[in-house]
Design a protein around this ligand. Structure first.
Ligand code: ATP
Ligand code: MG
Length: 615
């Protein structure tokens, strides 16, 4: 392909909103242009890399027996109503009406569409397991699209959905997907870490995210210094830890603790204000937060204050849940409640801090004075950390009053004890007790055992050998194509531009004639023709530009191999070409006659290394 005949608008300047390398470089190299906030166009150069990445993903999906289909992106609202997500998905869901006033969604993900398609065809266990995927447009009305195609509103995702008769079959496919994902990332030259992830409220039984380490990552990842424990902070657990002070207190336990008594704390509500007022540290407080949980699946028949609550079925076939329940969650004052973990413990679809008026109604005091002592109208859930507290301050359920000397077990109990804290660096590994540390990560892919989450409410069924009807188990598996592409650039670039791994490079070789005329032109044309005969993808920079401009653009575009043809090296007995790898500092002079084979050999070798690394 001749540069003059394609459309690669390279730029020197950087758009103001491009704060990360991949965004800057995709823009400057002419891979993408922005149409509107979160909406990008891939230009010819960008699309070449994009298609290669799609193909890598496609090959690995096909290799594990997943079958590609192409469903529509616009899906009738009824399917989303059946699953319950029409209401639950929130504002990221783009809802549209057609000319008849019927509601549709522009798919942000496609569990409903795939489940519906399979529902219409599934009758017998003989059709299972079944795994289907698409590589298709998604739309999420992200509040803050940023970092270029890393977080766009419209993007392309490979999403696969699998259907199974039992756990073993689901697990087998889930594991195969995990291996396929690792091969995909290896083939792209990406260093990816897999971490345990939250598997949501209902039915989910396993979930793994594939992350790249990144300073701009939206995820906090927790790792153990001692073993290979790795988890998203949303999910990460920890061993209950007792700070030295807590240990000391635990030893003296309730025996040495003075009796519970109330103290005046006028106008002090926050932990910081209390610390200042009482001249003590946050770890001596029991912080108590009131939460409103939605669609709680946990059995609350024996929970305080819940005897009158009725369970309901949000959708036919869905599990019975309590639509709204209030809870108190108590935790040591220097720690934070992890709401994702709390929701998982309660088997709730969502938990939020209760409104001030609800807090007053349930605790009998304004916000800031809640505590576990004497709180009887709602179930009290306490974090492990509180069980070690034998002499604590806590709210007295009265305006401007706190308790001192509160001891767990003596002055208050719990309806449920669970690990609900946000883990942080320095906490102890739940597996081995080793020290945990944090890194920031960006999610590239996610695999998920859904269980019955969609198949049950959407009434999927098949008949087994005996003619009995069952609901299949499901899994879902996503990779963001745009985000993976940007992440490859994040990992492979320098100050001058992109350094593509051979597998996703838009072209494999760029041929740069110093001046595209005369003998230099003939040599360049011949070399390109030979390279193409070898199956090499080559860009010929035939522009009438200064050599410096062409070199800079070649570096910017990140084409892995460069061949420069100039008059000086052509003259004399054996004409030569300057060959340089994008990542290398030095050139090599290679005989023109051998140049095509030399370059083709390097292309093949690099492809083999990357693709081979996958096996
Ligand atoms: P995030 O937490 O980053 O918003 P998610 O957990 O909502 O992502 P999933 O629903 O698991 O994302 O989607 C699967 C994959 O789709 C993600 O791993 C990511 O690679 C990609 N993806 C999700 N949202 C976007 C987006 N706005 N722009 C580009 N890619 C995205
Ligand atoms: Mg995810």
């Amino acid at each position: 392909m001749k540069f003059s005949q394609t459309f690669i608008p390279t730029l020197r300047e950087v758009p103001a909103d491009a704060v990360i390398a991949s965004h800057r470089l995709m823009f400057r190299s002419g891979m993408i242009r922005k149409l509107a906030n979160g909406l990008f166009a891939y230009l010819p150069l960008g699309l070449r890399s994009f298609r290669k990445l799609e193909q890598i993903i496609r090959e690995e999906m096909n290799a594990i027996g997943s079958l590609e289909i192409k469903p529509p992106v616009v899906v009738p609202a009824e399917l989303w109503q059946e699953s319950g997500r029409w209401d639950a998905y929130g504002d990221a869901l783009l809802r549209v009406k057609n000319r008849l006033g019927a509601d549709f969604v522009v798919s942000p993900t496609a569990e409903e569409a795939f489940t519906s398609l399979v529902r219409d065809e599934l009758s017998s266990y003989r059709q299972l397991p079944l795994s289907l995927y698409q590589i298709n447009t998604k739309y999420r009305d992200e509040i803050r699209p940023r970092y270029g195609v890393m977080r766009g509103r419209e993007f392309v995702m490979k999403d696969a959905y699998s259907f199974h008769t039992g756990d073993a079959s689901l697990d087998e496919h889930y594991q195969a997907m995990g291996r396929a994902y690792r091969r995909i990332f290896n083939r792209c030259g990406l260093s990816v870490i897999s971490v345990q992830a939250d598997s949501g409220a209902m039915g989910g039984s396993g979930s793994e995210e594939f992350m790249v380490e990144s300073e701009i990552g939206d995820n906090t990842l927790i790792f153990c210094k001692n073993c290979d424990y790795a988890a998203n902070v949303e999910k990460a657990g920890c061993k209950p830890d007792f700070s030295p002070r807590m240990d000391a207190l635990a030893r003296s336990a309730a025996a040495g603790t003075p009796p519970l008594s109330k103290i005046d704390t006028p106008e002090v509500r926050t932990i910081e204000e209390l610390c200042a007022f009482l001249k003590t540290g946050a770890e001596t407080f029991i912080k108590t937060l009131i939460y409103r949980a939605v669609n709680v699946e946990l059995d609350l028949s024996a929970a305080p204050g819940c005897s009158g609550l009725k369970k309901e079925r949000p959708a036919p076939g869905a599990p019975e849940v309590y639509p709204e329940v209030f809870f108190a969650a108590a935790i040591r004052g220097d720690l934070d409640v992890n709401e994702t973990k709390l929701a998982a413990v309660l088997k709730a679809s969502e938990v939020n801090l209760a409104a001030d008026s609800d807090v007053e109604r349930l605790t009998g005091a304004p916000v800031g004075f809640a505590g576990p002592v004497g709180l009887s109208r709602i179930p009290v859930l306490i974090d492990h950390s509180v069980t070690a507290m034998n002499d604590a301050f806590t709210g007295a359920l009265e305006k401007d009053r706190h308790y001192q000397h509160a001891a767990y077990g003596r002055d208050f109990g719990a309806w449920l004890i669970a690990d609900i804290r946000t883990v942080r660096a320095g906490d102890r590994c739940p597996l081995c007790g080793g020290e945990l540390y944090e890194k920031k990560g960006n999610e590239l892919g996610h695999i998920f055992k859904l269980g019955l989450k969609y198949s049950k409410p959407m009434k999927l069924s098949y008949l087994d050998e005996k003619g009995e009807s069952h609901t299949p188990l499901m899994g879902c598996y996503g990779i963001g194509v745009d985000r993976v592409l940007a992440s490859i650039i994040e990992e492979h670039h320098d100050d001058n531009g992109i350094i593509w791994p051979m597998t996703t490079a838009p072209y494999q070789v760029v041929v740069i004639p110093i001046k595209y005329e005369g003998a230099v032109k003939d040599a360049a044309d011949t070399l390109c023709a030979e390279l193409e005969k070898e199956g090499v993808e080559v860009l010929l920079d035939d522009r009438n530009e200064r050599p410096g401009v062409k070199f800079n653009d070649a570096d910017l575009m990140g084409i892995p191999l460069r061949a420069v043809i100039g008059e000086k090296n052509l003259s004399g007995g054996s004409p030569r070409v300057e060959i340089k790898a994008r990542a290398a500092k030095e050139n090599r002079l290679v005989e023109l006659a051998r140049a095509a084979l030399d370059l083709a050999g390097q292309v093949r070798q690099e492809l083999e290394i990357l693709n081979g690394a996958s096996s």
